[in-house]
Design a protein around this ligand. Sequence first.
Ligand code: B1H
Length: 838
Amino acid sequence: KTSNNSLPPNNNNVTVEDDRTGLSIPTLKRAIADNLFYIQGKFPTIATENDYYMALAYTIRDRMLQRWAVTVDSYLQSKTRVVSYLSAEYLLGPHLGNNLINLGIYDRVKQAVEELGLDLEHLIAQEEEPGLGNGGLGRLAACYMDSLATLEIPAIGYGIRYEFGIFDQEIRDGWQVEITDQWLRYGNPWEIRRPEVTYEVKLGGHVEHYTDSHGHYGSNWVPDLVVKGVAYDTPILGYQVNTANTLRLWKSEAPESFDFQAFNVGDYYGAVNEKVICENISKILYPNDEQIQGKELRLRQQYFFVSCSLQDMIALHLRRGGKVENFYETFVVQLNDTHPAISVAELMRLLLDEHELDWETAWDVTTRTFAYTNHTLLPEALEKWNLDLFASILPRHLEIIYEINRRFLDEVAIRFPGDEGKLWSLSLIEEGEEKSIRMAHLACVGSFAINGVAQLHSELLKETVLKDWYELYPEKFSNKTNGVTPRRWMVLSNPRLTELITSKIGDGWIKNLEELKGLEKFADDGAFRKQWMDVKLAVKKDLASQVEQQQGIKINPESLFDVQVKRIHEYKRQHLNVLHIITLYNRLKQHPDLDIVPRTFIFGGKAAPSYHVAKLMIKLITSVAEVVNHDPDVRDRIKVVFMPDYNVTNSQKIYPAADLSEQISLAGKEASGTGNMKFSLNGALTIGTLDGANVEIRECVGEENFFLFGLTAQEVEQLKSSGYNPWDYYHDSLKQAIDQISSGFFSHRDGSLFQRLVNSLLYDDRYLLFADYHSYIECQDRVAEAYRDKDKWAKMSILNVARMGKFSSDRSIKEYCEDIWKVKPVPVELYDLCPDGE
Ligand code: B1H
């Protein structure tokens, strides 16, 4: 039996197979045909491939519902703590294939579908992925939801049901063009709308203060807008367990009562306008990865989903028979960066104003509830809200934040007597020409735990942006190195490798990734190395034919696939990679018969629409591609491909096909990275700096199996403080490459096109490309030499995979459970939810 065809335990104890739950091939076929007719209203002669996808999706959803309902019910019955993950982003990727893997029915469904004359891969490809995130941060939330369910941890994820997720990217004339993402166009079979689960969220207006008959002081927030949040639930299955946790996303709507009021007094347009304003809140995902815009709508979004989520948690807690002052016994709330940090003030408001707790009790509950994960050190990504803007939307929260701050700074003054500087640096309010609220400080003061996402990142946090906080509360700080789910990133996306690994060490590694260690002893086995490289080649051929089909570019599957896929950002230094390509190109032009290792450079990634330099970086890649790919002197030894619309779906085809993983950010800038883990788990070797989780990957796989280059974070700091001058490095092959770019060599003689990019390097070079260039080139030459020895390369690749066990998100989640959340698994036993058939 292969790993993805073993049935989960406790499958229904029914003897006669039910059409909605049965798993035999005839039942599956009948169920698909039924759903095609009764849900899609189609029959085979007129059904589209998408109709079949929908019919299959509903068939699979039916087989998840028992698990889901029982899981939710068992959490309501139990007294154990539930993890609440608050994230403004979830980059889930398509559900169908993943659910088949987690149910353990991939192979049998493939057969059932084949017997209906269809191809499972094609049906899976029909699904539009929910792109409700920008990049690593949103994808991490999705991997963590998978691991929480697999580890049978009671958990609920809360977020926003954006109508339009991250934009689709097209490349026209070498430039990025953004297309609206209409992921809900054909309906979403994986979600269930819960119209009865709604909460009201106030916005704007003012606060009235009063004293009641008992002499108690109270606050009454009189908003100028009320919106309604409606829950949409999606089940998140664990791998071969009964647990199916809930992802609850909020959609904003207008409360029915409101438009009628305006309508009755004749203000029809006013009423419709208000409806539009309400609906706009969950309309679109902000596409700026690590570049905060400080827009009012974004603050509304954050508050909207936080308020709905906290109201929902309190309602669930009360329904379990809890008292508000014991809220933290039912929920522990993880803040995924500062995007939901307004939670700290909102929980205080709910406890003080709606549930009438006193301040001390409310603060005690709040600070026992929240834990905060920081994901970045970049100054431009640290959230601050202009005080006037904040006051105009959340007047009551501003009062609460002032009071939190007053009490907190009193505490600071006692800890550091006479230290005015400490008050300034720790305050929740940034003073200055423009006052603003520091969301990271709000998260720190309101949380009992604070963590970074890789060892280096967590250390740098304590030394830089959160230095004073570390001094004040060292016991709150810890590291939780990121991880990725092996279910999606190996089993689903790389079935060939999965089968090969499983044939040697069994399938236990899928749930316990450390078992990959068992592959080490095969690293010297010649036959195994051959099989290993055969798998890689087969996967590369798949990608090559996809590239040829979609872009008409022929690439050589035997060439070294050198891949950099991630958001486009200067700190990630895609342009350093380009400088290497140009350098190789110039070498070939100078020595046409030079024996170089053939390479295919593959790029993918989206640029934030307002980030002009990032968009120019895409244009640079495509322009260099055009010259290199068409120069006969190159004789196909170098090819450059920009894969448009990099997303979860496409990435599942790319990671498995890579030989070399580019992780070349300036040391100290990438908090962790998670793509680095996905590549290495699929047998790519890494060329990288000592940044983020690269440091730990290198420690695990061994320095002899990792291509290291560049300055360390410490050296970067030293160089910058001693006065960095890019001109010191501007000579020889680097000067030649830069001069070509600025002369218009790659842009039809247009010397102005890349000037902004070139000037930013020559006159600033914030990310030290020039300082790292020579080290990078030298390292790439070592990569090429290593690749010549295929057998040696195979060994390195096997050892990489064998030693990557640490980077499962299961390991990360276990650490969060033990060190922060204090929660244990609650295995779910299936039972009959309506025993008398009621
Ligand atoms: C990461 C973000 C981020 N860090 C602001 N910060 C955003 C910040 O829309 N916004 O306003 C969106 C995203 N994303 C990434 O998190 C880090 O850069 C990666 O290094 C890390 O692996 C990932 C997950 O921890």
